[in-house]
Design a protein around this ligand. Structure first.
Ligand code: SF4
Length: 184
């Protein structure tokens, strides 16, 4: 393995998380600049007020994964290779916890991993081929992920520079749920 990974977990009240970390107008405007906008089932626009999906839950488990390349000069174009195993691990765990708790999981922006690179069915107005596995990102529901990382997890997100990876990459996902705290 050519990286180290550290998982950082925090649980926050849903009411506080929605109040202090969500700004739908700002983040939907960012999403509009992305080619996935309206073309992927995990992305906005959605056909309903997304706040209604969140209200049934009292708590949110936020999971941050800090992925540190061991080679400090690793090129930025290897970013997806580095993240892929961690994305798979996190998606699997999130779906399992979602099932266990009856909650709602939030995954990641970027490539959808389930159709092998084929164009998304949304482009043809057809239902998602893997709706049992695809989840929106926190950004898609208007959450500020950078603020979440710094204020909730104590992680300052870093960005690549001059074609090189940052010291670490940060992936953030979440589970809205009720009941006792869950083991990640
Ligand atoms: S699984 Fe396929 S159809 Fe569903 S959102 Fe991903 S690319 Fe689109």
């Amino acid at each position: 393995m050519d990286y180290d990974v550290e998982d950082v977990i925090a649980v926050i009240d849903r009411e506080r998380y929605v109040r202090d970390f969500r700004d739908v107008a700002t983040f939907e405007e960012c999403c509009r600049q992305c080619p996935n906008y309206g073309n992927r089932w995990g992305c906005p626009p959605f056909d309903h007020d997304t706040l209604h999906d969140l209200l049934p839950y009292s708590k949110v488990m936020i999971v941050g994964m800090k992925i540190s390349p061991r080679d400090s000069k690793m090129p930025l174009n290897r970013v997806y290779d580095l993240m892929r195993p961690e994305l798979e691990r996190a998606n699997e765990r999130l779906l399992s916890l979602e099932k266990q708790s009856g909650g709602m999981a939030f995954g990641f922006v970027g490539k959808c991993p389930y159709c092998g690179g084929a164009p998304c069915a949304r482009r043809e107005g057809k239902p998602c081929r893997h709706a049992d596995m695809v989840r929106p990102s926190l950004e898609a529901y208007g959450f500020n992920v950078s603020l979440t990382a710094s204020e909730v997890l104590g992680i300052d997100m870093q960005w690549g520079k001059d074609g090189n990876m940052p010291r670490y990459l940060t992936l953030v996902c979440a589970l809205f749920f009720n009941g006792p705290d869950l083991q990640w």
